[in-house]
Design a protein around this ligand. Sequence first.
Ligand SMILES: [Zn+2]
Length: 224
Amino acid sequence: MKKLFLNIRKLLFKTDCILCNKDAEEKLRYLCSNCYNNLKLSSSLKKMGNIYYIWDYNKLNSKLIFEYKYNNIKEISNIYSSIMKDKIFEVLEKEEIDYIFPIPITKKRRSKRGYNQTEVILDKMNLRYENSERIKETKAMYKLLDKGKREKNISNAFYINNINKYNDKNILIFDDIITTGATTKEFERTLKDKWKVKKIVIFSCMGSKTIKKLNINKEVNDEF
Ligand SMILES: [Zn+2]
């Protein structure tokens, strides 16, 4: 009976690896062990200016994050959190972070997706974070190739409750992917407009190659 149950379970939950289409590992649900290991081996803590990130943007990574964000496979958060946990804790300690802000999504998007993908990853790592709102309906940034259009799209998109507690604090902004930097930059601006924060660092699962082209030493003035 137990065996039958296990077989039914296997049949019901059997999925292909979303990266290579081979049989997925039961424990990982959406990846085979080979792809998971590749993902783990290619992860490392990288830093450009005030931006920390784990993976360079490539075909495999972008497919995984796309499935997570746009095909609503919430369990992929387990894969991200298990690989990133040590690294984000390292940054929290090193930068003496007081508060974490995940980049918010609009209410409309949240009800459609059912969750905010950045919050879910933080939840899985047992990290507490601050709330903020995305008050402007914005187009998905990956659809906008032009830098000016991206900046206009995201301008005045965020609202942070006016609580008097972020002055002189170290803040970490958490996002899933940074392509040109416009989103996190706008969030940073929103914070700095209201409070005299001591320091802001950004932590992202993935950064794109364009990060490296930015003149980070002056200031991160683009979104990657
Ligand atoms: Zn695979």
